[in-house]
Design a binder for this molecule. Structure first.
Ligand code: UD1
Length: 328
């Protein structure tokens, strides 16, 4: 297939390019780093000629610093995707694979002993400041048991980044319905691996810990370190894109969690990485960031059942590699 990758020079996009090339696809890319912007209709019209499918990774990522980042997220993620979709319609490219994110869910899914499956709102300062980090049942304020989140869970984007990732999904569905195209959105969980961006306000926790360890500093673990995530290796994410291309999923928009299926706490991440890097030991600070969610753990079942995608790189192997992997 002829595949155009947006964000082809980035952390995830560059791995997708390698994986698709190895699989025999005919790859081209656009990337701001190489001077080609997805918001430039002329660039897109030239780039989309003869293309069968677009794999859209170009995005402003992370949670940003503050609301001053909002226009940037909307400009790149929402507006950029709209320009891309309009160009795909003009150039009659009918297939899209979209990089979405688990951030569209907000807080994960939980079970309350009295009220069953619930979706708690943001945690409150009175809990966090006294070291109570678990969300409470929205009906009876009782403690909750975390559960796996499936793709049909209601979305609850809690940052400009999350809002624009969800907007991308909706725009893709709008485009698909109007043009008869098909879109697949892959909701990546916490992606890590070689060529991760270094520690910036836009980096995820694995990159921050690795950067600290490289500088000889302890990883600083917020809350009590018990917050759970699904850390998925970037080569597995790249393979998920390849599988989504080949699967030819019908329908306007289908969404899949892309996760390892092997959740870990942030404390475990810090400990594993510190061991692999040869120290120093992590420090658990009890600090918290108001916008953070407590646990967000995916059900990988839909991707396994419908795409046949299962992650292959386990946590221990992934951490061993990450300890010495180059930054992007
Ligand atoms: C991250 C990304 C998000 C992406 C998602 C899925 C960022 C900032 N967030 O969300 O954009 O869509 O993964 O790939 O890029 N923590 C520490 N110490 C630190 C930094 C963070 O303990 O120095 C903790 C946080 O409090 C949080 C957890 O690690 O509990 C994860 O943080 P982070 O990776 O920043 O954000 P996610 O919510 O997982």
């Amino acid at each position: 297939m002829r595949v155009l990758i947006t964000g082809a020079a980035g952390f995830i996009g560059s791995h997708i390019a390698e994986t698709l090339e190895t699989a025999g696809h005919d790859i081209s890319g656009v990337d701001l780093r190489n001077g080609s912007d997805i918001r430039d209709a002329g660039v897109l019209d030239r780039s989309l000629e003869g293309v069968d499918v677009v794999v859209h990774q170009a995005a402003k990522v992370g949670i940003g610093v503050d609301v001053a980042d909002m226009p940037g997220y909307v400009a790149v993620n929402a507006y950029g995707t709209a320009v891309l979709l309009a160009a795909m319609a003009r150039c009659r490219v009918a297939r899209l694979v979209l990089a979405s994110s688990m951030v569209v869910y907000g807080e994960g899914a939980y079970d309350c002993a009295a009220h069953g499956r619930v979706r708690p709102g943001p945690r409150v300062v009175t809990d966090l400041s006294t070291g109570f980090f678990e969300p409470r049942c929205p009906y009876c304020a009782a403690g909750l048991t975390p559960a796996e989140i499936g793709e049909d869970a209601p979305t609850d984007p809690r940052s400009a980044y999350a809002t624009t990732k969800l907007a991308q999904e909706h725009l893709a569905a709008n485009w698909a319905r109007e043009t008869g195209g098909t879109a697949v959105a892959l909701r990546y969980h916490n992606v890590y691996g070689p060529r991760m961006p270094r520690d910036t306000p836009y980096s995820g926790v694995a990159a921050i810990f690795r950067s600290a360890l490289e500088a000889g500093r302890s990883p600083t673990v917020f809350e009590d370190g018990g917050q759970r995530r699904d850390f998925v290796h970037v080569r597995d994410v790249a393979r998920a894109n390849a599988v989504a291309l080949d699967a030819g999923v019908p329908g306007a928009l289908t969404v899949y969690n892309i996760a390892s299926g092997e959740p870990h706490t942030v404390g475990e991440l810090a400990a594993a990485l510190a061991t692999e890097c040869g120290g120093p030991e992590p420090v658990i600070t009890g600090e918290y960031r108001l916008g953070d969610v407590r646990h967000i753990v995916a059900s990988p079942d839909r991707a396994a059942g419908e795409l046949g995608f299962r992650a292959r790189i386990g946590f221990a192997d992934g951490m061993r590699e990450l300890a010495t992997a180059p930054f992007g």
